[in-house]
Structure formats: C-alpha cells, structure tokens
Design a protein around this ligand. Structure first.
Ligand SMILES: [Zn+2]
Ligand SMILES: [Zn+2]
Length: 242
C-alpha cells in the first residue's frame, strides 16, 4: 500500500482531457467528466448506437436504419461512450500507449453496465490487428481491453481470430465500401473449443459495425453459437449512409 502511495505521489494521475491532476483512480477531472457522453437511451437494440432524435418514437426493440437493412451476425453490440473529442482521448491512450489503467477503468465501467452479456459468455475474443500493424505498434489494442475484462470476470481470452487481409482504414468510406473492405478479412483455425460457445468480441471503437459483423460472421462459420460485442466507444447512428 505504501509503495502504491509513493508511486501515485511520484506519478500523479492527470485528466486525459485537460491535464490537471486528478484522484489516482480517475481518468478525468470533474469538469471534463461532466462532458463525457455515456451511451444512453435511446439506442439501437442490436448495434447499441445512440439514435438521433430525428428517428422519432423509440421502443426498447427499435433498430437503427443500418440494422434494419444489413444482415447482422452478432447478437448485439454495446459500448461505453459515444465517440467524440473526449472519449477519443480514452481510446488513444489504449491505442497508442497500451495504457492498462485506462483499459481497466473502462472495463470495470463496461462490466457494471452490461453484466447480463458477461453472464451468458464462455470466452473473450479480441478483434485482431493485421500482423504488419502489430509489428509497427507492438501490441493489439483490443487484446489490452480483453485482458482487463478477463481479470474481472475470469473468462478466458482466446486470440484465435486472425486478420488475413490488410484492410485500409475505414475512415472516410461509406458503408458499402466498409463492408467490402473487411469482407473475408478474417480467419480462424478449426477449433472445437468454439463449437456451440457464446463469445464476446472485444474492440476499441465501433464505427459502422462492418468489422465486428465480419468477425462475428467468421466465428459463426467456425461453429460459435452466439457473438456479442463490447467496445469502449461507438460513433452515433447516422442516416447519411443511405
Ligand atoms: Zn479535465
Ligand atoms: Zn443498429
């Protein structure tokens, strides 16, 4: 405990947004925390994206336009934050610095919100990076998050999903281009451990769900029964893709 206190004194935690000193177990100061957008009702029952009020009346099983149009191989996706300038700081800490404190803090919050998903799951599978990106970065961000989930839940992490095609970045592409970009991009060795299992796919950010959907499709082809997905952040649901 003393060593822990000395460590906190030597390396005080700083707000990820404004950089002022914060309590050792916090990611943000109170002012910045008040600006964080947690995913909240109304959201799509399948992809979990927050819906714009222009959608009109919502029910608990309301689906966004994308989920109404395209086949979904995952059961449902749930995320912690809306992806914006604030949550981007959180994601980048994990993506660029493999920050386990930030990953752990997010994992605890996700676990407390979506316990029902963890209760049904048999294992955790991180969305993989292509080997060339892995070589450049030195780690896979989704692995860091999955490991923190595993510490909380004792669910095993299987890094068996592989990215066989180097896909270009999804940013700036419309939904059809994104779907084509990741088509057949993943593979999984024949693995009896997956047969009939319920999986939680783990990733940092969900944009159009194309990547998560293709991963779920691959896992189901290899015998998984059900695939849930959990991400730190997700972009809002836009109608502009149609
Ligand atoms: Zn701050
Ligand atoms: Zn949706």
């Amino acid at each position: 405990m003393l060593i822990h206190d000395i460590f906190n004194w030597l390396f005080p935690k700083k707000c990820l947004m404004c950089g002022i000193e914060v309590a050792p177990d916090s990611m943000f100061c109170l002012k910045c925390f008040s600006k964080v957008t947690f995913i909240d009702y109304p959201f799509c029952a399948t992809c979990g994206k927050m819906l714009e009020s222009s959608y009109g009346d919502f029910t608990d099983d309301f689906l966004c336009a994308t989920c109404q149009t395209y086949p979904r191989y995952f059961g449902k996706v749930r995320s912690l934050f809306q992806y914006d300038d604030i949550s981007k700081n959180v994601v980048m800490k994990i993506k660029n610095h493999a920050d386990s404190f930030v990953a752990r803090t997010c994992a605890v919050m996700i676990f407390s919100r979506y316990k029902d998903i963890f209760r049904q799951a048999d294992c955790l599978i991180p969305v993989p990076s292509h080997w060339s990106r892995l070589l450049k970065r030195g780690f896979n961000p989704a692995d860091i998050i999955a490991i923190e989930f595993s510490k909380i839940t004792n669910l095993p992490v299987y890094t068996i999903l592989k990215r066989t095609k180097k896909t270009s970045y999804q940013k700036g592409k419309n939904i059809c281009e994104r779907l084509n970009n990741v088509k057949n991009a993943f593979s999984c060795p024949k693995n009896n451990e997956l047969l009939g299992k319920t999986i939680i796919l783990v990733d940092d950010v969900m944009t159009t769900e194309a990547t998560l959907n293709e991963c779920a499709n691959t896992l189901k082809n290899y015998g998984c029964l059900k695939v849930f997905c959990l991400t730190i952040a997700s972009t809002p649901s836009y109608k502009k893709y149609f």
